[in-house]
Design a protein around this ligand. Structure first.
Ligand code: ADP
Ligand code: MG
Length: 355
């Protein structure tokens, strides 16, 4: 039997491109070589695909600059908008592992739909919903799922005063890695926090601050998803900000989270409800706040392209739930092929009798 050719797309424009590269390397290393041929393909900081040879080199190197661009970016072969490797004749399936804008928001997924290639993870609409924190929140509210209250603004002048008691959290509607997120404790700091968030997006979200533990749950599946054991992130700083995520090494992960049984069950049930409400397929990590004192469970956000480094929460949660990384990858690939086959069978015919 011939091996399945899995094109691993990594890199990209976001600040998370280095995380993406390490995830891609972890995935390439964990795919069963008897069943899969891993083909790495990188996207540079300028958003363009890099030549295959350069992509392979980037994947193999231990350390490259955070926002990598190839030294040979101007080389003629990098000018191709779509490299040959991504053609349906050269790859059987795509594993996109590009975080943030263009990779996680549905744009890349739409491109793969047009190419007709099966791909791992959420489709176009669910990816877009997962990236847009304002749309995601209204969708959840509609489904009766508890979520932190928030107000969306396009300029700081729209909010002369905080809509919630302080502290509030201000963040870009489309964002990640805590970039542009501020905890506002004094009324006079609200405007500057909104202006900062608006440097990263055209809308800012002002949210009530929850004094809470941060709990994450991994979901896997298409129509019949299952939820992992929950895990806890204990930030090393006042909140889980960019430095805490990538610069310091003080944040701690506790897997499984030390939670009362009924709270852990509630988290898992809500994670599945969120997955369904957002129409996700394949995988997602759902992040929660469990309020101190009350154990009230609120959804914070969903991540349709979680990290896959050796220390990332998504694979760790599955490992702790009895699914080691190679098996998790098998399952994600199976789900991608299943979704693709089902969509290929959908009718595009007009209803009988119309013509
Ligand atoms: N409403 C909130 N209440 C308490 N902490 C929050 C709130 N919103 C964000 N935070 C803190 O900021 C971090 C980043 O915010 P988040 O909404 O998860 O954005 P990102 O998509 O950048 O991860 C969270 O992990 C948490 O530590
Ligand atoms: Mg987050």
């Amino acid at each position: 039997m011939s091996r399945l050719r899995v094109l691993i797309l990594f890199g990209g424009k976001s600040v998370e491109s280095e995380v993406s590269r390490i995830s891609a390397r972890t995935i390439a290393g964990a795919l069963d070589p008897a069943r899969y041929e891993a083909i790495p393909l990188a996207v540079g900081a300028d958003g363009r695909f890099l030549p295959a040879a350069h992509s392979a080199r980037l994947l193999a190197e231990a350390k490259v600059p955070e926002r990598f661009l190839p030294p040979d970016a101007a080389a003629p072969e990098s000018a191709a908008v779509v490299p040959a490797e991504i053609a349906p004749a050269r790859a059987d399936l795509v594993f996109p592992i590009i975080h943030g804008t263009s990779g996680e928001d549905g744009a890349l997924q739409g491109f793969l739909e047009i190419l007709g290639l099966p791909y791992v993870g959420a489709g176009v609409a669910a990816s877009a919903v997962g990236m847009d924190k304002a749309i995601f929140k209204s969708l959840l509210r509609d489904a009766g799922i508890p979520v932190t209250r928030g107000v969306t603004v396009r300029g700081s002048e729209e909010l002369p005063a905080s809509p919630f008691p302080l502290p509030v959290f201000v963040k870009p509607v489309n964002g990640g890695s805590s970039v542009g997120v501020t905890k506002v404790k004094r009324p006079e700091d609200l405007g500057a926090a909104i202006d900062l968030a608006l440097r990263y997006d055209d809308r800012a979200l002002v949210e009530e601050g929850i004094d809470a533990r941060e709990i994450e749950c991994a979901v896997l599946g298409n129509d019949d998803p299952r939820a992992s054991v929950p895990g806890e992130i204990i930030p090393g700083r006042e909140f889980y900000d960019y430095d805490d995520k990538y610069r310091d090494e003080n944040a701690r992960f506790v897997v499984p989270a030390d939670l009362p049984g009924e709270v852990a069950e509630k988290v898992r049930r809500l994670a599945l409800a969120v997955f369904r409400a957002a129409g996700v397929s394949g995988m997602a990590r759902v992040d929660f706040f469990v309020e101190r004192g009350t154990n009230r469970v609120l959804v914070n956000e969903i991540n349709t392209l979680p990290g896959f480094t050796a220390i990332s929460m998504y694979p760790k949660l599955w490992e702790a739930s009895g699914l080691p990384l190679p098996k998790l990858l098998d399952e994600l690939i199976r789900l991608a092929l299943e979704r693709h086959a089902r969509r290929a069978r959908l009718s595009h015919e007009p209803p009988a009798g119309l013509l």
